[in-house]
Ligand binder design. Structure first.
Ligand code: FES
Ligand SMILES: [Fe+2]
Length: 423
């Protein structure tokens, strides 16, 4: 049993623990708070689950996680995508043991109950024992209450009611559009396979880090120097890039000002356009005059609350496991019609976030040391003041800070507080 704090107590505590310019270390270490987060955030909001391209054919399925829940993403024979809890309606067995496959039905290994890939109960052995076939009407593999997709990104919500996916995504939808707009066919695939990185840290430390523009120069100094990457300079004090709060807990590092200044196609990718002639030509063919802007500005760097992180050419999915543990899944973006760049995105992803990659391993070291530090008693607070005095509101009404400011974290915590029910 998890303990649930009395609501009023929690309100008062959170109001004290989350302040505009600092947050308390216990927010990352308190198991009772983690249980509350599962209830108030992960069981209510839209959570990224996977991509339609992972189940391209009728009857394809793939096992996924939705927060702590084991779900199966299926495509039925009519092409519709479903999210089913991986649980037998008989005695609750985990039904499907395979990571992925193609099947129109699932058969429970325990007593042989069989379900269609839409969840419907098809049959069960020895029906006389139930007084006939109809007695089990209503039993099925349960579906995740709400499923919706945007540009092929599939989200699930464990709550039957609430804002629509479009309302939840808000301005972040435009960032997904930006990514998709780098495919000559206006489509991405996330079918290159996912790597799972188990991390001994609270999920919020990962979220905060994803758009922290203060750390790259230090944590990622080694990969920047080895690869001669211009990325480090984007996160310097002299950078014209900005950190933006997009609302609903979404945050981004908008690097476009720096890329526009350089005005070079593919600079964001770190490979000269001449090395990608077929991709660049396909983009110009598809988008005409607008292709230049797309190729110069590049892909987004956006953290979509609570678990979808698009880091230019990789997509991450953060899954909470326990108060001090999560799994971060990563995959390389693949552009429909972009075979030439796809190969490079795959090898770059292996080099940066693969098992021996030079980028994510360094971040993970920071997450885990951050967690270990937060467990110590003193000083009690994590400071969030960076850039408070130089934030501005942009033409669209979004709060923006300098490239290295903690503007995104403050925006995240404002949304977190409202989701946890603290006014
Ligand atoms: S638990 Fe699945 S058939 Fe009995
Ligand atoms: Fe990092």
């Amino acid at each position: 049993m998890t303990s649930v704090m009395p609501a009023n107590d929690l309100d008062a505590r959170l109001d004290h623990l989350i302040q505009p310019d600092r947050v308390h270390g216990s927010l990352y270490t308190d198991p009772a708070l983690f249980a509350e987060e599962l209830r108030k955030i992960w069981a209510t909001t839209w959570v990224f689950v996977g991509h339609e391209s992972e189940v391209p054919e009728p009857n394809d399925y793939v096992r996924k996680k939705l927060a702590t829940q084991d779900v199966i993403m299926t495509r039925d024979r009519d092409g519709e995508v479903h999210l089913l809890f991986n649980r037998c309606a008989h005695r609750g067995l985990q039904l499907c043991g395979d990571a992925k496959g193609n099947s129109s039905s699932f058969r429970c290994p325990y007593h042989g109950w069989t379900y269609r890939n839409t969840g419907e109960l098809l049959g069960f052995p020895y029906s006389k024992g139930y007084g006939g076939k109809d007695r089990l009407a209503g039993l099925r593999m349960e579906s995740v209450p709400r499923v919706a997709s945007y540009q092929g990104f599939v989200f699930g919500s464990l709550a039957a009611e609430g804002p629509t996916l479009e309302e939840h995504l808000g301005a972040a939808a435009g960032e997904i559009d930006r990514l998709v707009g780098l495919s000559p066919q206006g489509k991405v695939r996330l079918d290159a396979g996912w790597l799972a990185h188990r991390t001994q840290a609270n999920w919020k430390l990962l979220l905060e880090n994803e758009t922290d523009g203060y750390h790259p120069q230090f944590v990622h100094g080694s990969i920047f120097s080895v690869t001669g990457s211009p990325i480090g300079a984007l996160y310097s004090d002299a950078s014209t890039a900005v950190t933006r709060v997009l609302g609903n807990g979404h945050t981004e590092n908008d690097l476009r000002p720096e890329f526009r200044r350089a005005g070079e196609p593919m600079r964001w990718f770190g490979t000269p356009a001449e090395r990608l002639p077929r991709y660049v030509a396909a983009m110009r063919e598809a988008y005409g005059e607008d292709a230049q802007r797309r190729l110069v500005e590049g892909a987004p760097h956006v953290m979509i609350f609570p678990n979808l992180f698009i880091a230019e050419i990789q997509v991450f999915n953060i899954q909470p496991v326990a108060v001090g543990e999560c799994v971060q899944y990563s995959t390389a973006v693949q552009f429909e019609g972009g075979e030439e760049i796809n190969r490079r995105m795959l090898s770059q992803s292996i080099g940066s976030v693969g098992p021996a990659g030079m980028l994510l391993a360094d971040d993970t070291e920071m997450y885990e040391r951050n967690q270990r530090g937060a467990e110590l008693l003193s000083p009690e607070w994590l400071d969030l003041r960076r850039g408070v005095g130089r934030e501005e509101v942009d033409a669209n009404g979004f709060t923006v800070g300098a490239a290295t400011d903690e503007t995104g974290m403050r925006g995240f915590w404002r949304h977190y507080k409202s989701m946890m029910g603290v006014s």
